[in-house]
Design a protein around this ligand. Structure first.
Ligand code: 8DG
Ligand code: MG
Length: 151
């Protein structure tokens, strides 16, 4: 197998956040090169030394201005983005969280990365979804806590 030495084609770690409010999740239309103009979760790259929870809280704050609470791990994916302008490989950690203050309104803090944020019913998600998210929805995964788990 070819060595990765001398190549920038190394896997990176992404953290994406299901921010939950009632039966809705927060999605924004991406402007980034990967998944441009599809609806995706707030999130970004894990920084050196960060926990998944710290990264989730930081990315949501940076991209939406919202403060989050009750951050928990949901699942992960190992995804090759080969059809993108710049091929990439991500291990993405999906977390869920709720808002510290449910009355807070998401802001489009990084308009170069996202057209704007909106709350969408889990049963009526907008199209097209960023395809790792679409695959996840089709697999039947739910980011909502199990109502029988007492949470
Ligand atoms: P940063 O420089 O601010 O750290 O990062 P970013 O520019 O905000 O990164 P991003 O592309 O939003 O997220 C990093 C990667 O995570 C993304 O390129 C691919 C992966 N990823 C998924 N699904 C999702 C998702 O639903 N939302 C986000 N934001 N990233 C996702 O596999
Ligand atoms: Mg992002």
């Amino acid at each position: 197998m070819a060595s990765a030495a001398g190549s920038s084609r190394v896997p990176r770690v992404g953290v994406a956040v299901f921010l939950l409010r009632g039966k809705t999740v927060l999605l924004g239309r991406r402007r980034s090169s990967i998944g441009a103009s599809t609806f995706a979760l707030p999130g970004g790259h894990l920084e050196f030394g960060e926990s998944f929870e710290e990264c989730a809280a930081r990315e949501v704050k940076e991209e939406t201005g919202l403060e989050v609470d009750k951050i928990e791990y949901v699942t992960l994916t190992n995804t090759l983005f080969l059809d993108e302008p710049k091929p990439a490989h991500y291990v993405t950690i999906f977390m869920r969280a709720s808002m510290k203050d449910p009355d807070q309104v998401p802001q489009t803090v990084e308009p170069d990365k996202c057209d704007g944020w909106g709350w969408y019913e889990w049963d009526d998600l907008p199209k097209p979804l960023f395809w790792p998210l679409e695959k996840m929805v089709q697999s039947g995964l739910s980011p909502f806590p199990d109502p029988n788990s007492g949470q």
